[in-house]
Design a protein around this ligand. Structure first.
Ligand code: SF4
Length: 253
């Protein structure tokens, strides 16, 4: 089964080694593979090149009058077998792999073969999946994945709540010890919304990270200062967004 992988700025498959810029493993060296395709359409998505194809009518905040923020699907995507993808991952030695997107679980049927091919070459490799939490993880992934970093999308993302926040999927992640939660926030009200949502699923504060939305360093700093009082009040964790802070919108970093 082929994997749809995003391309980096040079057109190569977006498989790279860097530091994890977000969440529980922030600062740790990781290899990343960015998969293409997403079932949601967040208006501020910083990886819209994985889903916002020409010919679609999804709205994005970067749309300009007469010039919507669209991408050429054929140019932005490359198909790799799990063996090809694993070879590229294993060429970048690291203690952990982050499978990100897009939404990796759109391709959930292909992920066990990818993980098995990687584990065959690096049995101790830690496997993390970054997901929007709208698709419940199948048992074939639960048994292979060390960490699900689940990022449910709040109202400010522009998605329909019934599409972004699916009780059966969120309930499945909430019951998994290997799942942590990362909420993107633009305002203190978003922290409140995240806290209420998490409480309704019995997700403890120690499993929650709140991360500012923003596409440059100045926006992240300003938002962080606005969010921290609400983060402290709710006893949850703060997550920076180091890769955006350091590299802006560059791919493959
Ligand atoms: S879920 Fe993630 S990849 Fe999908 S549109 Fe939202 S921010 Fe982008």
């Amino acid at each position: 089964m082929l994997l749809n992988v995003a391309r980096d700025d040079e057109g190569a498959p977006e498989i790279f080694r860097s530091i994890q810029g977000e969440g529980r493993n922030c600062g740790r060296q990781r290899t990343f593979i960015r998969l293409s395709g997403c079932n949601l359409h967040c208006v501020w998505c910083d990886t819209a090149y994985t889903w916002n194809w020409r010919g679609t009518d999804f709205h994005h905040e970067r749309d300009a009058p007469g010039a919507p923020h669209k991408f050429d699907r054929a140019k932005e995507t490359v198909q790799l077998s799990s063996e090809e993808a694993a070879t590229r991952v294993l060429a970048l030695p690291s203690e952990g792999l982050v499978i990100t997107g897009g939404e990796p679980l759109v391709q959930r049927a292909a992920l066990p073969a990818l993980i098995d091919a990687i584990k065959a070459g690096a049995p101790s490799m830690l496997i993390e999946i970054e997901t929007n939490g709208s698709i419940a993880p199948p048992p074939t992934l639960v048994e292979r994945v060390d960490l699900f970093m689940v990022s449910p999308k709040l109202a400010h993302s522009g998605n329909e709540p019934g599409v972004a926040l699916r009780p059966e999927a969120l309930g499945a992640y909430a019951s998994l010890p290997s799942a942590m939660f990362k909420f993107v926030a633009r305002s203190p009200a978003d922290v409140e919304e995240a806290a209420v949502l998490a409480q309704s699923y019995g997700i403890g504060a120690e499993r929650i990270y709140v991360m500012p939305e923003g596409s440059d360093s100045a926006a992240l700093s300003r938002r962080s200062r606005e969010l921290v009082p609400a983060i402290v009040r709710h006893g949850v964790n703060y997550s920076p967004r180091l890769h955006v802070d350091l590299f802006g919108q560059k791919r493959g970093v």
